[in-house]
Ligand binder design. Structure first.
Ligand code: DGJ
Length: 691
């Protein structure tokens, strides 16, 4: 066996090192995930009590590649079952392949023909490390893969480890909670076939004392849009590992002879800049390495859903488009209800041709009208679904997920198409390709409104594959459409924010954050969303007041200012907005166009002081503050908001009032917002750093 010091590797990023070693039993051990270390410093880890090469091995060895094997009673990120029933792995280290921007460890089982590759990728401009596994069955008999987590991150021992997670439900997505991690295994995930509203595949761990601006934070996010699981395990002495992967109990993947299984990427991040520092590192990673057109700011879209739901004509859409264009919107999106027999949610899904009563001459006249107004044209689709009352279902009732002798449970009168089937995937692609080829469509809102039930595939050799292949085929269709229609931009939606993750973001341009467009609720939803996902992808509509969902009445400026913290859009029924509301809306849209590059491409800092909260975005010389306060208590004056990331020696001019502020004062005392004393006050302040 080579000397221990040659079995140690570091995956370095600008500020961090993740150090692993292969121990004497060929197990990949996580030794360090923290500040960047030199080779000499990393080697010193081998002197510590936890070193895999010290005679007294710690009671809790922590494995970066947790393979089910003797004495491994905790969560094992890699679990298989060989054809003869053997479940334990005995992996032998074969080689480590170092390359520009990457490191790959190769293991093979001592007896069975299974090869396991653990791949890391680092980037010169980010502290995010990407990790994935590749399993290959080099034999002829199938191997059942019970669990193949993309990464098992080993977090250093912490005093009071705390978990931050995003939970929720429809209309209440991405709510941030921080709780002390209990001993044992804490599992979050989705068994719904889609990322889910209930949990988002992102977590962060800290020592219980991190703040927004300081403290060490370890975070991971899984780039996968189907079922998933993140297991956070705290051992007896407080050690924590975080294991993230696709799939859920009790499904397994059958890996046939000669087949390869690629897991999605789990990305890991360590920072010493607190929660906001972690969030902005995720945002910068998103812009640099995840989304397809990172430098492109998103247009202000108008979406017709809340205005019309299913009740509209082509003429109604044109009138909405007129009003949206007059307000300054740049993209008009016609939502649900334009195709097949889809005049309500009981029929038509699956038949992607224009409804002949509503669009007797096809979509052409509406698209021409929208383009004539100087806006781009977008359209809603929900390609993975079918209404039983549709031509598609009548022709192919076997194309949906179903199980023999079980009912086909409907949600919103719809069933899920078996996208794992190649013929179904081909059909969906062909329908969309035709729609996009026949019409000048610039933007697609791709919706997915219900989770899987009775997820079966009668006759398939390995029906469990559907949980994986559905998502893979979804990705393949999106990739193909993008390649063939390079100017097309795509919004991911799943009944609001049910499919927000780094997997879908690799092939879409923005996501729909939540069907809850109430500005007050949105503050919380957006705060959670921003832990991992950048403002550049966060769709945020201004809708009517009172809000259709919550019935809360909120002033127009407040609604706009909250939505301006992301990709501003308008989704109200502009036919009933007063002339004053239209005019003020147009002013606020114009305001947003000025601040948009700073919001969408800048660095985000959360702001809070008493009852006032907000966000600051900074890029180059521009600083934008969006702040809001729902209600004051006891008529107290509003506090100032301390800003972040400013040069203390620089001066910053308020672009509206001309007032000049000192960076040092803004940081230590704060910015006076001048909020209206009434409830639901808000402000947008643009500062420019003076030369
Ligand atoms: C759910 C989406 O989140 C809404 O915005 C809208 O597109 C509806 N589906 C349409 O059915």
């Amino acid at each position: 066996m080579p000397a221990p010091d040659t079995r140690l590797w570091a995956i370095d990023t600008p500020n961090t090192s993740y150090v692993v070693a292969v121990d004497e039993h060929d197990r990949l051990r996580g030794l360090h995930w923290g500040p960047r270390l030199s080779r000499e410093q990393a080697l010193a880890l081998l002197e510590l009590p936890e070193s895999p090469f010290r005679p007294v091995v710690g009671r809790e060895p922590r494995f970066d590649l947790g393979a089910a094997s003797a004495f491994q009673y905790g969560h094992n990120g890699l679990q298989v079952r060989f054809a003869d029933g053997t479940r334990d792995l005995e992996l032998v280290f074969t080689e480590a392949i170092e390359s520009e921007g990457g490191l790959e460890f190769v293991f093979t089982d001592r007896h069975y023909p299974l090869e396991v590759r653990a791949r890391y990728r680092n980037h010169a401009d980010s502290d995010v490390i990407e990790r994935a596994l590749t399993l290959r069955n080099n034999g002829t008999e199938p191997i059942e893969v019970v669990r193949a987590d993309s990464a098992t991150w080993v977090v250093p021992a912490l005093d009071t480890p705390r978990l931050s997670q995003l939970h929720g439900e429809w209309g209440a997505e991405t709510q941030l909670t921080r709780t002390t991690i209990p001993y044992g295994e804490t599992v979050i995930g989705s068994r719904r076939g889609v990322t889910s509203h209930q949990a988002n595949p992102w977590v962060a761990v800290d020592d219980g004392a991190a703040t927004e601006t300081s403290g060490r934070v370890w975070s991971t996010a899984l780039a996968w849009s189907g079922s998933w699981r993140i297991t956070v395990e705290k051992g007896p002495t407080g050690n924590v590992v975080v294991s993230a992967g696709f799939g859920h109990d009790p499904i397994a993947i059958r890996l046939g002879g000669g087949e390869t299984l690629e897991t999605p990427i789990a990305a890991g991040l360590h920072t010493e800049r607190g929660f906001a520092g972690a969030a902005s590192a995720w945002h910068e990673y998103t812009l640099a390495h995840v989304i397809p057109h990172p430098d492109e700011v998103r247009p202000i879209l108008y979406n017709s859903w809340e205005a019309t739901e299913f009740d509209f004509t082509a003429e109604d859409q044109m009138r909405l488009a007129d009003r949206a264009a007059a307000m300054g919107c740049e993209l008009f999106v016609m939502d649900d209800g334009w195709f097949g027999a889809r005049v309500n949610d009981r029929a038509g899904l699956g038949d992607w041709t224009p409804n002949p009563d509503r669009f007797p001459d096809g979509l052409g006249p509406l698209i021409k009208h929208v383009h004539g107004l100087g806006m781009r044209f977008g359209i809603w689709v929900e390609p993975e679904m079918v209404n039983p009352d549709s031509d598609l279902y009548r022709a192919h009732p076997d194309w949906v997920y179903h199980q023999p002798h079980r009912r086909r449970s409907e949600v919103r009168q719809q069933l899920v198409l078996n996208l794992a089937r190649q013929d179904v995937a081909e059909h969906i692609h062909a329908q969309l390709d035709e729609l996009l080829s026949d019409n000048e469509i610039d933007f697609v809102k791709w919706d997915m409104n219900r989770p899987f039930t009775e997820a079966g595939w009668p006759g398939a050799e390995d029906p469990d594959r559907l949980w994986f292949d559905h998502t893979r085929n979804l990705y393949a269709i999106l990739d193909r459409l993008r390649a063939d229609h390079p100017d097309l931009r795509i919004e991911s939606c799943s009944s609001g924010g049910g499919r927000v993750d780094f997997g879908i973001l690799r092939r879409t341009d923005q996501v729909w954050t939540s069907d809850n467009t109430d500005a007050l609720d949105r503050i919380a939803i957006q705060e959670g969303f921003a832990q991992a996902y950048a403002a550049r992808v966060m769709g945020a509509w201004v809708t009517d007041s009172p809000n259709p969902l919550t019935r809360r009445a909120v002033p127009l400026d407040f609604r706009f200012h909250v939505a301006m913290a992301g990709v501003l859009a308008v989704g109200g029924d502009l036919r009933i907005w007063s002339d004053e509301e239209q005019a003020r809306g147009a002013e606020l849209v114009a305001d947003y166009k000025r601040i948009r590059p700073t919001v969408q491409l800048g660095r985000r800092y959360p702001l809070r002081a008493g009852t006032v909260s907000g966000v600051q975005y900074a890029k180059d010389d521009a600083v934008v503050v969006l702040a809001w306060r729902a209600a004051r208590s006891f008529a107290y004056p509003d506090p100032l908001l301390k800003l972040h990331g400013l040069d203390p020696d620089a001066r910053y001019r308020d672009e509206r009032t001309g007032r000049v502020h000192h960076g040092a004062i803004l940081a230590s005392h704060g910015l006076e917002l001048g909020l209206d004393p009434a409830d639901y006050a808000s402000a947008m302040i643009e500062l420019k750093r003076l030369p």
